[in-house]
Design a protein. Sequence first.
Length: 444
Amino acid sequence: MKFQREVPVRHEVDVFVAGGGPAGCAAAWQAARQGASVFLAEGQGCFGGMGTSGLVPAFMQFGDGVTFLAAGFGEHLLDRLIAAEGTPRRKPGEDRTSGYTIRVEVLKRVYDEMIIESGVTFSFHTHLIGVEAEGGTVSRAILWGKSGLFAVQAKQFIDATGDGDLAVQAGASFEKGDDQGQLMPGTLCSIWADVDFDKVIWEVPQGARIEEAYRAGVFQHCDKHLPGIWKISEGLGGGNVGHAFGVDATDERSLTQAMVGGRQMMMEYQNYYHQYVAGFSRMKLVSTGAVLGVRETRRIMGDYMLNVGDFTSRAVFADEIGRYCYPIDIHVTRPNDETEYKRFEKEFAEMRYKPGESYGIPYRSLVPRGLDNVLVAGRCISVDRLMLGSIRVMPGCFITGQAAGMAAAMAAAQGVTPRELDVSKLQAELVKAGACLPNTSKTT
């Protein structure tokens, strides 16, 4: 079957950003602040991706215990979130660079305000369905909304979809999963009410009695990896519980099964928490995420693949556009697998840093091979699978998104490809914008 349609060009801009999650918002915000005209397309009804639509209950660390690494966009957003009481303030002397819980509705408003104030043009419920590309150069993004099909013409394109959708449609190569094609499971995150946090024994892991509950028939599978329920506010908890094993988030059929299964699974976890975890005996499910919490899909192959050797060596790159520090965190791929669980425990315990340590993120990992005017940001940048386990979290996405937005704005203004940019000038502009680049001279 062949389907043809005339598609009007609705916007002509310097930079088009696909995806309004943490990476896409950082990219669009930075590009607009650099003077570029920007159109941002987001498929859901709000910005923020996993932290809003996905109900992920907390940001992982913003820095290394000494330095605030997700500086610039990430720090602006966090400051506003704290001021709006969307996450608790830190007491004097507490580590400001560690993780923060999320009040979802406040975070949605903070993203809205920051993007609107930056001057970015955007629309929600707007889906990327294709691109026009020739010889590695993209000319237009094809979008669908309730008003129909339309196109955005741009000089530079940023793929912040998390799944590498735009880059793949333009012809980029990618890897997905491990050597057998297995992907990390997703999680349908949740919000719970009537939690008695005064009775919670935080020193005891919430998953300590999973095996006992499995033997008692509470669970269909013995999934010992339980990230848990965070305190969001008095009586209200944000849940990162349960795994959707075998899900492929680049296949809507697989996602459909995971969403249905995830909602059913919440009743198993409600029963578990009621019976086995102190402080949760009366908790009630309020909501599950509008989208599945996805940890892994495509990794776009770029001019450099950031790899686990770079993690262990605390790598420094001449073209680095930021530094980050989250541990290697590859969730178990199969339930009822003791060997896999022990692998996870060992890896997560050993593949982590001491305070003050971090790895560099090279600009080349944002530049897809074979494409001339496309940059990637967020979960789909060019990394090996183990490094994906570190860079995929939201503060890491802020860092790569901000750099991609800056680079795209500069390339559009200079009439060059991202690959032709003077990286030292890119680094200097990032430093001016507040980015943390300790290995780059501010006078570069």
